[in-house]
Design a binder for this molecule. Structure first.
Ligand SMILES: Cc1ncc(COP(=O)(O)O)c(C=O)c1O
Length: 549
């Protein structure tokens, strides 16, 4: 054997080993969304380098180089809102200020309502109160007696209206009263809940947890345990709680090493699922159908008018079928994370709505009947946490408050209510009703010549803006002034409870349109031909560059 032959053999052997690896690596890269959201590590690096800077009292109003007269209207508009908020929300604001000093959560949400450049000046002028005292029907009342239409949906918990949950909690508490908060043993109502959840999910077994985040953690842990594979696949932009492995990008100081973030609704991702051997599970949050591959649309990132959303039920259904097929072929566990959407679209949740069955399903939020909960439903083989043949090989999952009697009893009432004719009637024609309502608002906005539209997935809505502007985030403050309550992410997500009657909704439409008209009159939506979304983004990049340290 001469040396050349040996060398060639070594090279061929090396290529044989490395080429398949390189091919799989390339496929993985192709399956990443080209945005920063699709590249978690890079996004984290970029986020850590982003310099902080703030607009002063001049730049705040003319960051888009609006004419002097427009700037004056904006100033007057903000001054009017400032005094209106200070007068109308005096007590609620005073308590918010008092609490914020010792409540880190309030400091965080207060700082991240609008793009960071505008936040410090705006907070000096206009603060949003975070205390309320009552809820009834579709409204909430603050400490000053102001009544707001509730568009927050309590982070998605409120599907059937606050009174419904008050009833679940009151009746549930009465049922649990004799046992009290005794933990470890179960209240008999747990048996009912198991039976009903098995029916609803079409799956064999159930486990109870304390939050949606914990339910997702447990579902992924079970998938890893049973498949003996390491990686979870999540889709770009999807939220699954705040556990490290499902939040690999900015916001998490850890760097999870066993998470792939892939493009949703894309053949490249299916190729990765078809070829890699290290994938234990695929996590799907069906809410992403409204804005695939994009993160939750909060107003803090509303720097221009690029935000768009559109729900295509047929396309998303086809995607879920493709996922189901490849997961079945490859022995990958398909997990539907229905913590947000479960029970909102159909009594059987997203599985029923899209007609696709998952191997594990997580629920939470509304299922607790107003109390905190997380639930995993799954196929028997996947839910097992131990092995008879390897007694020390277990998949541990316990939590002090799991199956808390008061939560279980409130859940029992919730599940019983689902079967009542009144709740069944709510589901009848649900999509048609909410699509018609979205169309109604869009028509009114269009007729009024306002640069605002909404997109919806049934009763979950997002607002988008049809002409370039740097100030779209101001709309949230005009909406609040019109008595529409929004969550801290502002116009990015409006969540309606399903007990909205037409008359309530008509009132919301009137107020929404009035808010947008006021904002327009105050000049925030001024624009000229040079003000494009691209120009806005370039301008911001120049500012970032100038403030680099
Ligand atoms: C789809 C989804 N999964 C998980 C979670 C986390 O649930 P929790 O906030 O109860 O921990 C959320 C919360 O918004 C969610 O929307």
């Amino acid at each position: 054997m001469n040396e050349t032959f040996v060398l060639s053999a070594v090279v061929v052997a090396m290529l044989a080993v490395t080429l398949p690896w390189a091919k799989r690596r390339l496929e993985l890269s192709l399956a990443k969304h080209p945005s920063l959201t699709g590249h978690s590590r890079m996004a984290k690096r970029v986020a850590s380098m982003l310099p902080g800077y703030a607009y002063d009292a001049t730049r705040f109003f003319n960051s888009d180089h609006a004419p002097v007269a427009v700037v004056a209207r904006r100033r007057a508009g903000l001054a009017r809102l400032t005094s209106l908020y200070a007068e109308r929300y005096a007590r609620s604001l005073a308590l918010t200020t008092q609490a914020a000093e010792g409540l880190s959560d309030l400091q965080f949400t207060g700082a991240y309502r609008v793009p960071f450049q505008y936040s410090p000046y705006l907070r000096q002028q206009l603060r949003v109160a975070s205390f309320v005292r009552e809820s009834a029907g579709v409204t909430i009342t603050d400490l000053d007696g102001n009544v707001f239409y509730d568009l927050t949906g309590s982070y998605g918990v409120n599907v059937f209206g606050q009174d419904f949950y008050k009833q679940c909690i009151a009746e549930g508490s009465a049922r649990a009263q004799a046992l009290g908060p005794l933990l470890g043993s179960y209240h008999p109502c747990v048996v009912d809940n198991i039976a009903r959840l098995r029916e609803i999910s079409g799956l064999d077994e159930v486990s109870f947890h304390m939050s949606g985040t914990e339910a997702v953690m447990q579902a992924v842990r079970l998938a890893r345990y049973h498949t003996k594979r390491t990686h979870l696949v999540r889709f770009c932009g999807a939220y699954h709680g705040w556990w490290s492995d499902v939040q690999p990008g900015p916001g998490n100081p850890d760097t999870p090493h066993a998470t792939y973030t892939l493009k949703e609704m894309d053949g490249d991702s299916l190729r990765v699922l078809r070829t890699r051997r290290d994938i234990a599970c695929v996590l799907v949050n069906p809410l992403q159908a409204l804005h695939p591959n994009k993160g939750a649309p909060g107003d803090t990132s509303l720097v221009d008018s690029a935000r768009r959303a559109a729900f295509d039920r047929v396309a998303y259904t086809a995607w879920l079928h493709q996922l189901r097929e490849v997961c079945t072929q490859r022995g990958i566990v398909l997990i539907f994370d229905e913590v947000f959407l479960g029970f909102r679209l159909a009594p059987g949740g997203a599985q029923e709505y899209f007609g696709v069955r998952a191997d594990l399903v997580t629920y939470g939020k509304t299922l607790g009947g107003g109390l905190p909960v997380g639930v995993v439903c799954g196929r028997k083989a996947l839910m097992k946490r131990f092995r008879e043949d390897r007694p020390a090989d277990i998949c541990f999952a316990r939590g002090t408050f799991n199956a808390h009697p008061y939560v279980m009893a409130a859940m029992q009432v919730f599940l019983e209510q689902l079967d009542t004719p009144a709740v069944q009637a709510i589901y009848h024609g649900l999509d048609e009703r909410w699509n018609a309502r979205a169309a109604q608002l869009n028509r009114r906005l269009q007729e009024a010549g306002l640069p605002v539209q909404v997109a919806n997935l049934s009763s979950v809505w997002t607002v988008f803006y049809t002409q370039p502007s740097r100030y779209n985030w101001m709309l949230q403050f005009y909406l609040r002034a019109q008595g529409l309550a929004l969550s801290w992410i502002g116009t990015g997500r409006l969540i309606f409870s399903l007990n909205y009657r037409d008359a309530d909704f008509d009132e919301v439409v009137n107020r929404f349109v009035s808010a947008a008209q006021e904002m327009q009159a105050d000049g925030w939506w001024w624009h000229d031909a040079t003000l494009t979304d691209k120009a806005i983004r370039r301008g911001i990049l120049r500012e970032l560059w100038a403030h680099r340290s």
